[in-house]
Design a protein around this ligand. Structure first.
Ligand SMILES: [Fe+2]
Length: 343
């Protein structure tokens, strides 16, 4: 490490109390010495305790069946989620009218996200009605164990079956060290060959074996050859999943208009596609500082930001690119669902 890097040392300390997860980027988080003494394990347990407290306050917004499903499995599946007429209207709209879009490539897979910012969907009542339906967002807040405003897009996954160009999303993993929520409302049927979501039921629950596994990995993660592990997104194989006492992963093969909301601290993956796949979903994510004592005070929910987050992200991307540190997402021409990838 260069001496000038130590100017960032105060930030490394502050990040201990944040959602920062990269063992490589923060020498404190990545310290084998500290993690042997339990730094990572303490962050996991403290984040878990805080999430449980916040989740109790959010439980009044979701049904008893959803709570039971989440507690048992770490995910909730609801078929026929939108009223059929609204679902068809959403599909027709997205088939016919383009939205501002970004794409990124991982191996042989291109993921496209299209903005559902309020200014971008002006005059499109079906999309507005979807965003006005609070059920999906209330459920996400409960699953993530935090309040706040989920970031919502139309997501299209375009995958070629090509083992020579692996997609890191095809490996079972946890996104980070604490509860976060992701939601998929599928716009078409998802069969076993269409790259469905895989999830290990119950893997959102912390067991002594899981905690020991995470602690062990945390001691060497900063130098792991897998950049995803070094960045704090631990990968796991099937044998380890079973050794940790969890069940076999299940594939979410579901009909169109099914909602899946999952806690992505649990082990999950996108199945490798067995055939060329072009699949779209209404997609939302929610991740906040896991140590917050409150459920409110989310920057994304502030007037001027709420419902305009994709535009802000685009602005930020433009600024970062100007300094030569652009992220993986590339702005492309506005797209409809069936458009081919541009990158
Ligand atoms: Fe993930």
């Amino acid at each position: 490490m260069r001496p000038i890097s130590y100017l960032a040392a105060p930030l490394w300390v502050v990040q201990l109390a944040s959602g920062a997860k990269s063992f490589r980027a923060n020498p404190l988080l990545g310290s084998a010495w500290l993690n042997r003494r339990g730094l990572h394990a303490v962050r996991v347990l403290l984040a878990r305790m805080m999430a449980e407290r916040r989740r109790q306050r959010l439980a009044g917004y979701v049904g008893a069946g959803e709570i039971a499903d989440y507690m048992r499995d770490g995910f909730v599946v609801r078929r026929n989620f939108l009223p059929p007429a609204l679902f068809e209207a959403v599909r027709r709209d997205l088939d016919a009218h383009p939205l501002p879009s970004w794409e990124r490539r991982e191996g042989a897979t291109v993921t496209r996200r299209a903005s559902l910012d309020r200014p971008d969907i002006a005059g499109r009542p079906a999309l507005a009605a979807f965003l006005d339906d609070s059920r999906i967002f209330d459920l996400m807040r409960y699953v993530a164990g935090c309040g706040g405003e989920p970031l919502t897009h139309v997501q299209t996954v375009i995958a070629e079956p090509d083992p020579s160009r692996p997609d890191p999303q095809n490996t079972l993993h946890m996104d980070t060290f604490h509860s976060t929520a992701k939601a998929w409302l599928y716009l078409q049927d998802v069969g076993p060959e269409d790259g469905p979501l895989l999830y290990v039921p119950g893997s959102h629950l912390m067991t002594p074996e899981r905690l020991a596994w995470e602690r062990d990995l945390s001691m060497r993660a900063s130098h792991d050859a897998d950049p995803e592990i070094a960045a704090g997104s631990f990968r796991v194989d099937r044998e380890t999943v079973l050794r940790l006492g969890y069940r076999e992963a299940v594939a979410m093969t579901v009909p169109a208009n099914t909602l899946v909301v999952a806690d992505t601290h649990g082990f999950h993956a996108r199945c490798a596609s067995a055939r060329p796949t072009h699949r779209s979903e209404l997609y939302a994510t929610l991740r906040r500082n896991p140590f917050l004592p409150v459920t409110g005070l989310h920057l994304h929910a502030m007037p001027g930001l709420r419902g305009r987050l994709s535009a802000r992200q685009a602005l930020l991307d433009g600024l970062l690119k100007r300094f030569g540190i652009g992220g993986p997402w590339k702005r492309v021409a506005p797209t409809c669902l069936a458009d081919p990838p541009s990158i």
